[in-house]
Design a protein around this ligand. Structure first.
Ligand SMILES: [Zn+2]
Length: 134
């Protein structure tokens, strides 16, 4: 019986050392979490292709429910034919459509020509928040 108990003691020591190494790996995990806190990737809301990241963040427009990026990935197709934006607030803007190459869904627009008050949006890629995912 006594011999068996010694074996049990050995086991508990082993368990303790396993616990120590587990603590080590959990601290590594915290570092990984820190990395994932870095740039956020924006994806197509339908097919999840990456369309850009937060490193190219240029701002957002809460009223229009848009986010603006300076750069986008090749997954976004920039329309070739500009048209006049139809919404009342953006009257007089010349825009092109931004569509997803993966699923052809409309993601947003890019302003080619803007009235002065919307100058800050010109040449930026504006995505509809409801069409993308973060
Ligand atoms: Zn898509």
């Amino acid at each position: 019986m006594a011999g068996k108990m010694k074996v049990a003691d050995d086991c508990s020591y082993k368990t303790f050392s396993v616990c120590e190494s587990a603590a080590d790996s959990s601290s590594t995990r915290v570092e990984e979490d820190g990395e994932s806190d870095g740039p956020a990737v924006f994806m197509c809301g339908k097919c999840k292709l990456p369309i850009g990241d937060s490193l190219s963040w240029a701002g957002s427009d809460d009223e229009q429910n848009q986010i603006m990026l300076k750069r986008i990935t090749d997954n976004v197709f920039i329309g070739k034919e500009p048209f006049v934006s139809g919404t009342r607030k953006e009257l007089g803007c010349l825009v092109v459509n931004l569509t997803c190459r993966g699923c052809c869904s409309e993601l947003g627009i890019m302003y080619i020509s803007t009235p002065k008050k919307l100058d800050y949006k010109r040449s930026l890629f504006c995505f509809n928040v409801e069409n993308i995912e973060r």
